[in-house]
Design a protein. Structure first.
Lengths: 467, 301
């Protein structure tokens, strides 16, 4: 079920009513668990078994870790959790990728393992990482294991962030599940504001940009340099609004129910360094990679060379998480290289705090960062690396071709730029649409109207569903 | 005969055009019955309706100006409705000749070969059938919405119609499902004896008017496909056959292929498509309308 479907609105209204009239905390949780399973089963009920397997495995591992103090056995329990979770993820997501990538070696060995006709279970990357983080935190004794199966089942299957994030940490959500849900007017309004805003970003902006972007990226050879820049900037905007829109809807939906989920995007295109970018973009994933890949590898504690290797490995895994294709791997590696260079530069040039930097320095740092990020999106989007090289060449060497100045794309690029400038100079970013301000109501009404007018007739999946 | 209601129509979702629709659904001419000059009718579907460009950029207006500039006493007008096929022109030609006398020639825009073939998958107002024998027939297409829509539009409430129409098309599903792979299997192409079908169709068309008829074939090329510009028309062989059959019936044939390709190679402009939709596909843009008008003028000369 998608947030953009009419079925979701009917489902959610019924859910809110049921939660509001339920008196008991456990009854509310049971309703939410069943609602979450229904939400997932709407897409394909067969894959509910995978969520249940993940839930049962990590719940049992958590309980066993609670009573087990011998480090050897604790490690075995953690390995069981990691093995089961990662096996499921790797099988469904990466089996065909590895078979195809290693086909040359298989041929040399006279082996021919064929690829399988697999459906990628929706949200598998997200709920698997969510559950793994629980097991690791319990192993490291950062959190107490969850003793209520109902709570844990709800934690794993909680539907707002289930399909495309944010990757919610157990330390953040499990404590909230201990209290009774209160459906309050303030939560409904706050959640609705976030939901409408997210839906607007997805339906009105991202989907419509996609119509132009898709044609360009299928045929980059034929267009000229200016069109190439418009298309690449459009994609950078599309992916941001598609994903940030979904996150906003997920956070808003959770808020309406009464649960808080941490923000996943914090104006990443205002970043003045690549390090800052990864603190603002897909925050839940970047922090997950930091806490469960980069730091366990040694982080920056084992010397310069090892730090750089750790950065490259962590970011390559981040790229691979996004998709089973070499373009994603390369994108992750590319960001690892950028982070590495940023680290080298920071070590050799002592930067002044931003409050002491000149406007030119701040602007220059921003420009370098945004250019690096935008180039990275080219690798992220293309189907093969040769197309990426064609596009990047056209971006920096003037090339002739078909000129296509898509008016909506240009309007959105310019509007996004101005909106970010406005936000940058505004002291309190959370007050862009204050809850009780009159302009908020007018803005939300306009967004709602545009959503209705431009509601997609066909199916436009969220970009991050493919991950 | 179905026609668009008279009025001013602004179209923004593809291109950017304002169309002044006159009586009998004819663009840019308030009342065709009052024009006594010799006329050329340009028939077509939505490509002739041409909502995407302003009136003065439509092929009929450009052709009228070109004729005036070349001392040719002719007024051209477009008569088109979205979804039209050749069978619709069969039924409509006598009616238009009655309303608009002094028509000297009929030009029929041929944008898709399927508009000349029997048993189409979607035919609105009339249809070319092959079973049990070839025949042209009117359908029972009488959508109830026409009156309701007209009333709403009269009170500038057309958006209410669009909204209710969208809602009525919703078919919500609440049952948990099974996801399926996107393996599109295209239905096999229907096989016809093209010669027999086209002979029949052209004979019938010729029965409806004493005035000469000409087809203006508008291929989909040039087009962006597989990361390059494609100039090859996949219908080339069938169109050649259609052209031969037209010749046997004294129906003239203008092939826009050369015009479209040459213009693109000279100016990098496609005859179809708009910057706010797809740059190479869709309805004719200003370039396309101009080229068709020039081709018809060359043909007249």
């Amino acid at each position: 079920m998608l947030f953009t479907q009419i079925e979701f609105f009917i489902f959610f209204i019924i859910l809110i009513i049921l939660l509001a009239i339920s008196r008991q905390k456990n009854d509310q949780k049971i309703i939410l668990v069943f609602a979450s399973y229904y939400f997932y089963a709407y897409w394909d009920y067969r894959f509910l078994s995978l969520i249940m397997l993940t839930t049962i495995t990590d719940y049992m591992v958590g309980l066993c870790l609670k009573s087990q103090n011998i480090i050897f056995y604790r490690r075995i329990l953690l390995c069981i959790s990691l093995f089961i979770n990662l096996s499921i993820l790797c099988f469904f997501k990466y089996y065909n990728f590895f078979i195809e990538s290693l086909s040359g070696i298989f041929n040399l060995l006279n082996l021919s393992p064929g690829t399988l006709d697999l459906i990628l279970p929706l949200g598998i990357s997200f709920y698997t990482f969510k559950s793994i983080s629980y097991s690791i935190d319990v192993f490291n004794k950062k959190i107490e294991p969850c003793t209520s199966f109902l709570d844990y089942a709800l934690f794993v299957s909680f539907f707002p962030p289930l399909l495309a994030g944010p990757i919610v940490r157990a330390s953040h959500l499990l404590p909230q599940l201990k209290t009774k849900i209160k459906i309050t007017q303030n939560n409904i309004l706050q959640g609705l504001r976030l939901f409408i805003f997210g839906l607007f970003l997805k339906v009105f902006i991202a989907d419509r940009l996609g119509l132009f972007v898709d044609i360009f990226f299928e045929n980059p050879n034929v267009f000229d340099s200016i069109t190439t820049w418009i298309a690449v900037l459009s994609y950078s905007t599309q992916i941001y609004f598609d994903f940030a829109g979904y996150s906003s809807m997920a956070i808003g939906t959770a808020k309406m129910i009464g649960y808080d989920i941490e923000i996943n995007f914090d104006f990443p295109y205002l970043s003045k360094s690549i390090v800052e970018f990864w603190r603002r973009w897909h925050i839940s994933l970047s922090f997950w990679i930091r806490d469960y890949v980069y730091i366990p590898l040694g982080g920056n504690k084992l010397g310069k060379s090892r730090t750089y290797i750790n950065l490259l490995v962590a970011m390559t895994i981040c790229g691979l998480w996004h998709g089973a294709a070499w373009t994603f791997v390369f994108w992750g590696f590319y960001h690892g290289v950028l982070l590495m260079f940023n680290r080298i530069y920071s070590k050799t040039h002592k930067e002044r705090p931003s409050s002491h930097q000149t406007n030119f320095t701040i602007f220059f740092n921003w420009l370098i960062t945004i250019t690096g990020v935008v180039i990275g999106w080219v690798f992220f989007r293309v189907d093969n690396l040769s197309y990426a090289l064609v596009i990047i060449k056209k971006m920096f060497i003037p090339s002739p071709g078909i000129a296509w100045s898509h008016p909506f794309a240009i309007f959105i690029i310019i509007s996004t730029l101005f909106f970010h400038i406005f936000v940058y100079f505004k002291k309190n970013r959370t007050e862009v649409l204050p809850l009780h301000a009159k302009h908020t109501i007018a803005a939300l009404f306009c967004m709602a109207w545009l959503i209705i007018v431009f509601h997609p007739k066909g199916f436009h999946p969220f970009i991050y569903f493919q991950f | 005969m179905y026609v668009s209601s008279p009025g001013v129509f602004k179209f923004r979702s593809e291109g950017n055009g304002i169309t002044h629709i006159g009586l009998y659904g004819i663009n840019a001419i308030p009342d065709i019955t009052k024009i006594k000059q010799n006329k050329i009718a340009i028939w077509g579907d939505s490509c002739s309706e041409a909502w995407q460009v302003d009136d003065n950029k439509k092929m009929s207006q450009i052709l009228t100006k070109l004729c005036a500039a070349n001392d040719i006493d002719l007024i051209a007008f477009n008569i088109g409705l979205s979804g039209n096929n050749t069978t619709d022109y069969y039924f409509s030609i006598p009616k238009i000749e009655h309303f608009a006398p002094s028509i000297k020639k009929h030009y029929i825009l041929l944008t898709a070969l399927k508009d000349t073939l029997p048993d189409p998958d979607n035919a609105y107002r009339s249809v070319f059938l092959s079973d049990p024998e070839y025949r042209l027939a009117k359908t029972n297409w009488k959508p109830k919405f026409i009156k309701r829509k007209a009333i709403l539009e009269q009170f500038k409430l057309g958006f209410v119609w669009n909204l209710t129409s969208s809602i009525s098309q919703l078919s919500p599903r609440f049952k948990p499902g099974i996801s399926t792979q996107n393996n599109k299997i295209s239905s096999p192409e229907k096989q016809y004896n093209y010669q027999v079908a086209w002979n029949f169709l052209l004979n019938k068309l010729k029965e409806q008017t004493d005035n000469p008829i000409a087809f203006v074939y508008c291929p989909l090329i040039p087009i962006i496909k597989n990361n390059q510009i494609q100039y090859k028309d996949e219908n080339k062989n069938r169109i050649a056959l259609f052209k031969e059959i037209c010749a046997t019936h004294n129906v003239e044939f203008i092939d826009m292929t050369g015009y479209f390709i040459n213009e693109f190679k000279k100016t990098n402009k496609f005859p179809r498509g708009f910057c706010n939709t797809k740059i190479d596909k869709g309805h004719f843009n200003e370039t396309g309308h101009r080229l068709i008008a020039e081709a018809i003028l060359n043909h007249i000369n």
